[in-house]
Design a binder for this molecule. Structure first.
Ligand SMILES: [Fe+2]
Ligand SMILES: [Fe+2]
Length: 166
């Protein structure tokens, strides 16, 4: 079985996109269906963001210093997604802002995924060998086993508070 890091991350992206499409296709008043889809979106994003933050990004940053600014931008995009996920996790699906906030999450993450797939992954693949990508992927699978599955509110909120309050 391939453990190529980029292949594994693209599989996650595919699952996330399918959940996004299902949310967008749900009837406006299908509250329970949408609440369940959002719960699955939050879980998929929490795990995916975690393995990128813990394994993929720091490893590529170390091995390919030229990609540092891309990685810093990605960390910031993850941070925005973390905040939206934490808010959605705490929000009642009956709240009038629930669908709107989910739509903003979908737009923001959709943009991030496109940048990773169209711009960043090709640069990473060009810079790293097959064996390195296999090793990074194997480590991501290990970390995935114990990754958090729900948004970690204190950590994303603390980062935002630190940035505001210094
Ligand atoms: Fe990412
Ligand atoms: Fe990703």
């Amino acid at each position: 079985m391939s453990t190529d890091a980029i292949v594994l991350l693209k599989e996650d992206h595919k699952e996330v996109r399918q959940l996004f499409r299902a949310f967008e296709a749900a009837d406006a008043d299908a509250k329970a269906v949408k609440a369940d889809l959002v719960s699955r979106i939050l879980e998929a994003l929490t795990v995916h963001t975690y393995i990128e933050n813990e394994v993929m990004y720091p490893t590529v940053r170390e091995l390919v210093p030229d990609l540092e600014s891309d990685i810093l931008e990605s960390y910031e995009e993850h941070h925005v997604a973390d905040l939206l996920c934490a808010e959605l996790d705490a929000m009642d699906p009956a709240d009038e802002r629930f669908d709107a906030k989910t739509t903003v999450l979908i737009e923001s993450v959709g943009h991030h995924i496109e940048e990773e797939e169209n711009d960043w992954f090709p640069k990473v693949r060009a810079a790293l060998g097959r064996k390195e990508l296999q090793e990074i992927g194997a480590r991501m699978l290990e970390v995935r086993a114990t990754a958090p599955r729900r948004p970690q509110q204190p950590s994303s909120l603390k980062k935002a508070a630190d940035a505001l309050l210094g």
